[in-house]
Design a binder for this molecule. Structure first.
Ligand code: NIG
Ligand code: FE
Length: 398
């Protein structure tokens, strides 16, 4: 198959580039008046001269001057949940903070109660609806966490649902065991940390990653260290850190070779130093900053220090009820002062890296999956972030 008359082909990267950091995050390959050829679902070639002869092509898509970019990669979501927390939305409007809502037994525990009462098939149905919504907005690969089960049976129920989602959509799905999201009802803190450790071997049959909410009022650095030690050789860490306080989560994540440390709304220079020369991708979630009124991550300083930055949606019922990665990219530009190219790389290649799929997704590269967004005519990356509410997608190729 060939896509012809592409006005702008953006996001071209040479083979083997799995993330972009520092100044390089501000660059991307682009071709005007281009074509792109797909075989067996993969990008086989592209260019802007000598279009392959019609004879070798089984079907053609006329891009009519639209832009073609790699689809969005969302490396941090909690889209498997039951029901809604719109009641807490009213509490929030009335002035309660995220921590105050959680302390009243709302928040994550509220979602856990709902999930416990919801059948596996119903949970799948509700969650699939959100994944389809994300795909319609251009997401082609996503990570999904457990963490609303908070006991063994319900955590495994979530992990099975994540697996079933991966089997039923064309988007790539990666799975994370987040047993340590909050202390489950009926457990003391200590007993629950041990319960999470005991769940690891079975969770590892389903999940790719392990996560801990290492933050004030949730799990300590010591808890995190114990859980990650128990998961060594079974699950690669991706850590929730520094959302509510400077938690030490970045450092313990780096110590355990986390693939990503996520949130980072509150970060000091010590976290930036800890991340240098590691394989860990700092991942910021501006949708949570927006929804909870938290500070935005200091992405500019991270880039200045030579680090890369990924952006993800954090789609969840409590702190970010949206999986719109184009809006995430726009917030990266509007509130974090990323350039459109830096923000674009943050929601494609770097977020693919942050869930271990950047060999297959996140850029226009020969051999990668043809997981693409074809836009209406007249779009470019700057307009995508600037005119951030105007519909732009003409077709998703997945
Ligand atoms: O990433 N911070 C912890 N977990 C989620 C929120 C989960 C919830 O409130 O349901 C987050 O923001
Ligand atoms: Fe999260």
């Amino acid at each position: 198959m060939i896509i012809k008359n592409i006005g702008l082909l953006v996001g071209i990267q040479p083979e083997g580039v799995l993330r972009v950091e520092g100044e390089v995050q501000g660059q991307t390959g682009a071709l005007e008046n281009a074509w792109l050829a797909i075989e067996d679902g993969r990008i086989v070639d592209f260019g802007n001269s000598v279009i392959p002869s019609e004879a070798s092509v089984s079907s053609a898509i006329d891009a009519q001057g639209g832009m073609v970019i790699p689809g969005f990669c969302d490396s941090h979501t909690h889209v498997v949940y039951a029901g809604s927390r719109d009641g807490e939305f009213l509490d929030k409007i009335n002035g309660l903070s995220y921590e105050e809502i959680a302390a009243r037994g709302g928040g994550i525990l509220n979602s856990a109660d709902l999930l416990h009462r919801t059948s596996e098939d119903e949970l799948l149905k509700q969650s699939l609806g959100r994944v389809k919504e994300m795909m319609d907005k251009g997401t082609v690969a996503l990570e999904i966490k457990s963490g609303y089960g908070l006991n063994k049976a319900d955590e495994l129920k979530m992990l099975r649902v994540i697996r079933r989602i991966g089997e039923s959509v064309p988007a790539k799905v990666k799975s994370t065991f987040l047993g340590a999201h909050a202390v489950g009802r009926g457990f003391t803190h200590e007993a629950y940390v041990q319960e999470v450790i005991d769940m690891i071997p079975e969770a590892a049959e389903y999940a790719d990653f392990v996560d801990v909410f290492c933050d004030e009022g949730f799990f300590t650095v010591e808890d995190t260290d114990r859980i990650l030690t128990a998961a060594e050789h079974l699950l690669t860490p991706k850590i929730h850190a520094n959302e509510l306080a400077v938690s030490g989560g970045v450092q313990v994540g780096v110590k355990h070779k986390a693939l990503s440390v996520d949130h980072l709304e509150r970060t000091t220079d010590a976290e930036i130093s800890a991340l240098k020369d590691t394989w860990t991708m700092p991942t910021m979630l501006p949708g949570s900053s927006f929804f909870l009124g938290l500070p935005y991550g200091r992405a500019r300083e991270f880039l200045k220090a030579g680090l890369g930055v990924a952006l993800a949606s954090d789609y969840n019922p409590g702190s970010s009820p949206s999986g719109d990665m184009r809006f995430v990219m726009a917030l990266g530009c509007i509130r974090m002062r990323l350039t459109p190219i830096e923000a674009f790389n943050a929601v494609t290649l770097n977020s693919a890296y942050a869930m271990g799929v950047s060999t297959e997704y996140g850029s226009i590269t020969r051999g990668k999956k043809a997981a693409l967004i074809l836009t209406q005519p007249g779009w470019d990356l700057t307009k995508l972030a600037y005119q951030y509410q105007t519909p732009f997608i003409r077709q998703i190729i997945l």
